[in-house]
Design a protein around this ligand. Structure first.
Ligand code: CO
Length: 135
């Protein structure tokens, strides 16, 4: 596994895009809506890793709930895997709990699952696989 991206929950994507543009000296390479997650996201490439900024698009979005409890900040850590369903089975066998075991569509052309933070020291962990990698 390697770190694929770090997800940051933000109140206002336009404002945060400007902050990260200034910080990193470059523009987001992509911005998109993820309907299933009720979020609007942007991505910045930083070396081999990406920063994903996430803004809620509905009051019942997971990001809206996170912001209500914890304010803006780091939301999740995403690890790239080659075969997401194999990793889910492996980790389930080791006793990890998941928020979703069935891979679903994520941003940036990925299939994703989330582990339950109670399994991972309070850190929300995402596993992601390139959709194109296995057709
Ligand atoms: Co993510």
């Amino acid at each position: 596994m390697k770190i694929e991206h770090i997800g940051i929950a933000v109140e206002d994507l336009t404002v945060s895009n400007q902050i990260f543009e200034k910080l990193l000296g470059k523009e987001a390479y992509k911005q998109e809506m993820v309907a299933g997650e009720k979020v609007k996201v942007s991505f910045f490439q930083v070396g081999d890793v990406k920063v994903e900024l996430l803004q809620a698009t509905a009051h019942d979005s997971p990001i809206a709930r996170f912001l209500a409890q914890k304010k803006e900040g780091i939301h999740h850590l995403a690890f790239a895997v080659e075969n997401i369903q194999e990793e889910v089975e492996r980790l389930k066998g080791d006793g990890f709990a998941f928020l979703n075991e069935e891979a679903k569509d994520g941003a940036d052309n990925k299939l994703i699952v989330f582990l339950h933070p109670k399994s991972t020291n309070g850190v929300l962990v995402e596993l992601c696989q390139d959709k194109n990698a296995y057709g």
